[in-house]
Design a binder for this molecule. Structure first.
Ligand code: IMP
Ligand code: MG
Length: 174
Protein backbone atom coordinates (compact mmCIF):
# COMPACT_ATOMS: atom_id res chain seq x y z
CA UNK A 1 0.00 0.00 0.00
CA UNK A 2 1.50 3.32 -1.02
CA UNK A 3 0.74 6.91 -1.96
CA UNK A 4 0.48 7.50 -5.70
CA UNK A 5 2.74 10.34 -6.85
CA UNK A 6 2.29 13.06 -7.90
CA UNK A 7 -0.59 14.05 -5.59
CA UNK A 8 -4.06 13.91 -7.12
CA UNK A 9 -4.80 17.41 -5.81
CA UNK A 10 -1.93 19.67 -4.75
CA UNK A 11 -2.08 22.03 -1.76
CA UNK A 12 -2.14 25.12 -4.02
CA UNK A 13 -5.18 23.77 -5.88
CA UNK A 14 -6.88 23.01 -2.56
CA UNK A 15 -6.21 26.52 -1.23
CA UNK A 16 -7.52 28.11 -4.40
CA UNK A 17 -10.67 25.99 -4.37
CA UNK A 18 -11.33 26.61 -0.68
CA UNK A 19 -11.17 30.39 -1.23
CA UNK A 20 -13.47 30.11 -4.22
CA UNK A 21 -15.98 28.01 -2.25
CA UNK A 22 -15.88 30.42 0.69
CA UNK A 23 -16.65 33.36 -1.59
CA UNK A 24 -19.50 31.49 -3.25
CA UNK A 25 -21.04 30.44 0.07
CA UNK A 26 -20.77 33.94 1.56
CA UNK A 27 -22.44 35.40 -1.53
CA UNK A 28 -25.41 33.03 -1.23
CA UNK A 29 -25.93 32.55 2.50
CA UNK A 30 -26.17 35.03 5.36
CA UNK A 31 -23.13 33.82 7.22
CA UNK A 32 -23.85 35.87 10.38
CA UNK A 33 -26.85 33.60 11.04
CA UNK A 34 -25.11 30.41 10.11
CA UNK A 35 -24.74 27.43 12.45
CA UNK A 36 -21.90 25.34 11.08
CA UNK A 37 -21.58 21.62 11.78
CA UNK A 38 -18.38 19.80 10.87
CA UNK A 39 -18.32 16.03 10.46
CA UNK A 40 -15.30 14.57 12.24
CA UNK A 41 -12.68 13.60 11.74
CA UNK A 42 -12.08 13.88 8.01
CA UNK A 43 -13.52 17.36 7.40
CA UNK A 44 -11.54 19.11 10.11
CA UNK A 45 -8.73 20.49 7.92
CA UNK A 46 -11.10 21.54 5.14
CA UNK A 47 -13.52 23.20 7.55
CA UNK A 48 -10.86 25.10 9.45
CA UNK A 49 -9.42 26.53 6.22
CA UNK A 50 -12.86 27.32 4.79
CA UNK A 51 -14.24 28.94 7.95
CA UNK A 52 -11.25 31.23 8.36
CA UNK A 53 -12.34 32.88 5.12
CA UNK A 54 -15.85 33.57 6.47
CA UNK A 55 -16.98 36.64 8.39
CA UNK A 56 -18.20 35.80 11.95
CA UNK A 57 -20.60 32.84 12.03
CA UNK A 58 -23.27 32.21 14.69
CA UNK A 59 -21.88 28.93 16.05
CA UNK A 60 -19.69 25.91 15.36
CA UNK A 61 -20.43 22.29 16.28
CA UNK A 62 -18.99 18.88 15.50
CA UNK A 63 -20.47 15.44 14.92
CA UNK A 64 -18.23 12.40 15.08
CA UNK A 65 -19.15 9.50 12.84
CA UNK A 66 -17.45 6.39 11.54
CA UNK A 67 -18.49 4.08 8.72
CA UNK A 68 -15.25 2.98 7.12
CA UNK A 69 -13.02 0.01 7.78
CA UNK A 70 -9.90 0.21 5.64
CA UNK A 71 -11.08 1.48 2.28
CA UNK A 72 -14.69 0.39 2.10
CA UNK A 73 -17.87 1.52 3.77
CA UNK A 74 -19.06 -0.93 6.42
CA UNK A 75 -22.62 0.19 5.63
CA UNK A 76 -23.19 0.79 9.34
CA UNK A 77 -23.02 4.44 10.34
CA UNK A 78 -21.80 4.98 13.89
CA UNK A 79 -22.73 8.42 15.23
CA UNK A 80 -20.74 8.92 18.44
CA UNK A 81 -22.64 11.89 19.76
CA UNK A 82 -26.10 10.72 20.70
CA UNK A 83 -26.99 14.37 21.35
CA UNK A 84 -26.86 15.95 17.92
CA UNK A 85 -26.51 19.75 17.89
CA UNK A 86 -29.81 21.60 18.35
CA UNK A 87 -30.66 23.06 14.93
CA UNK A 88 -34.37 23.77 15.31
CA UNK A 89 -35.25 27.00 13.48
CA UNK A 90 -31.61 27.62 12.49
CA UNK A 91 -29.74 28.07 9.23
CA UNK A 92 -27.28 25.19 9.07
CA UNK A 93 -24.19 24.47 6.98
CA UNK A 94 -22.94 20.90 7.19
CA UNK A 95 -19.30 20.42 6.18
CA UNK A 96 -18.01 17.01 5.09
CA UNK A 97 -14.77 15.80 3.51
CA UNK A 98 -16.03 13.40 0.86
CA UNK A 99 -19.18 11.87 -0.60
CA UNK A 100 -18.54 8.29 -1.61
CA UNK A 101 -21.70 6.21 -1.29
CA UNK A 102 -23.26 9.26 0.38
CA UNK A 103 -24.74 7.07 3.09
CA UNK A 104 -22.95 8.66 6.04
CA UNK A 105 -23.82 12.20 5.12
CA UNK A 106 -27.39 11.36 4.16
CA UNK A 107 -27.94 9.68 7.55
CA UNK A 108 -26.76 12.79 9.41
CA UNK A 109 -28.58 15.15 7.06
CA UNK A 110 -31.89 13.33 7.62
CA UNK A 111 -31.44 13.28 11.40
CA UNK A 112 -30.79 17.02 11.46
CA UNK A 113 -33.75 17.69 9.18
CA UNK A 114 -36.07 15.96 11.67
CA UNK A 115 -35.43 18.91 14.00
CA UNK A 116 -36.85 21.37 11.44
CA UNK A 117 -33.97 23.74 10.80
CA UNK A 118 -34.89 26.85 8.76
CA UNK A 119 -32.47 25.74 6.08
CA UNK A 120 -29.72 23.20 5.72
CA UNK A 121 -26.89 23.29 3.19
CA UNK A 122 -24.22 20.72 2.49
CA UNK A 123 -20.66 21.55 1.49
CA UNK A 124 -18.19 18.78 0.61
CA UNK A 125 -14.60 19.03 -0.52
CA UNK A 126 -14.72 15.94 -2.74
CA UNK A 127 -17.40 13.95 -4.49
CA UNK A 128 -16.71 10.64 -6.18
CA UNK A 129 -18.29 10.32 -9.62
CA UNK A 130 -19.61 6.82 -9.00
CA UNK A 131 -23.24 5.95 -9.43
CA UNK A 132 -25.14 6.04 -6.13
CA UNK A 133 -28.17 3.87 -5.67
CA UNK A 134 -30.83 4.76 -3.11
CA UNK A 135 -29.07 7.99 -2.12
CA UNK A 136 -30.98 11.12 -3.03
CA UNK A 137 -28.69 13.56 -1.25
CA UNK A 138 -26.72 16.04 -3.31
CA UNK A 139 -24.30 18.66 -2.06
CA UNK A 140 -24.96 22.39 -2.52
CA UNK A 141 -21.24 23.11 -2.72
CA UNK A 142 -18.59 20.71 -4.05
CA UNK A 143 -14.86 21.39 -4.26
CA UNK A 144 -13.70 18.68 -6.67
CA UNK A 145 -15.36 15.79 -8.49
CA UNK A 146 -12.96 12.84 -8.55
CA UNK A 147 -12.87 9.37 -10.08
CA UNK A 148 -13.46 6.37 -7.89
CA UNK A 149 -10.03 6.45 -6.16
CA UNK A 150 -9.48 5.88 -2.48
CA UNK A 151 -7.86 9.13 -1.38
CA UNK A 152 -5.94 10.26 1.70
CA UNK A 153 -4.46 13.49 3.05
CA UNK A 154 -5.88 16.89 4.01
CA UNK A 155 -7.92 15.22 6.77
CA UNK A 156 -8.70 11.95 5.03
CA UNK A 157 -7.26 8.68 6.27
CA UNK A 158 -6.65 5.01 5.69
CA UNK A 159 -7.14 3.27 9.05
CA UNK A 160 -6.22 6.49 10.83
CA UNK A 161 -3.07 7.23 8.81
CA UNK A 162 -2.18 10.09 6.41
CA UNK A 163 -4.66 12.70 7.70
CA UNK A 164 -1.99 15.35 8.27
CA UNK A 165 -0.64 15.44 4.70
CA UNK A 166 -1.20 18.86 3.09
CA UNK A 167 -1.88 17.40 -0.38
CA UNK A 168 -4.48 14.81 -1.44
CA UNK A 169 -3.17 11.50 -2.78
CA UNK A 170 -4.75 8.45 -4.34
CA UNK A 171 -3.76 5.35 -2.39
CA UNK A 172 -2.42 2.32 -4.22
CA UNK A 173 -3.82 -0.61 -2.26
CA UNK A 174 -1.64 -3.33 -3.85
P1 IMP B 1 -19.87 7.32 2.34
O1 IMP B 1 -20.81 7.05 3.48
O2 IMP B 1 -19.59 6.09 1.53
O3 IMP B 1 -20.25 8.49 1.47
O4 IMP B 1 -18.48 7.64 2.96
C1 IMP B 1 -18.35 8.77 3.66
C2 IMP B 1 -17.20 8.76 4.64
O5 IMP B 1 -16.26 7.71 4.41
C3 IMP B 1 -16.47 10.03 4.40
O6 IMP B 1 -16.96 10.99 5.28
C4 IMP B 1 -15.04 9.66 4.67
O7 IMP B 1 -14.77 9.86 6.04
C5 IMP B 1 -14.95 8.20 4.34
N1 IMP B 1 -14.42 8.01 2.98
C6 IMP B 1 -15.10 7.75 1.84
N2 IMP B 1 -14.28 7.65 0.78
C7 IMP B 1 -13.03 7.89 1.26
C8 IMP B 1 -11.74 7.96 0.64
O8 IMP B 1 -11.54 7.80 -0.57
N3 IMP B 1 -10.70 8.23 1.48
C9 IMP B 1 -10.84 8.43 2.83
N4 IMP B 1 -12.04 8.37 3.44
C10 IMP B 1 -13.12 8.10 2.66
MG1 MG C 1 -15.90 11.80 6.95
Amino acid sequence: MQLVNPPLIKREQIQQKVSQLAKEICRNIEVENLHVIVILKGAVFFASDLLREFPPIASLDFIKVESYQGCSSSGVIKIYDSNLPDVKGKHVLLIEDILDTGLTTQTIFEKLKEQNPKSIYLCVLLEKKKHRREITLSANYVGFHIEDHFVVGYGMDYNGKFRNLPDIYALDLE
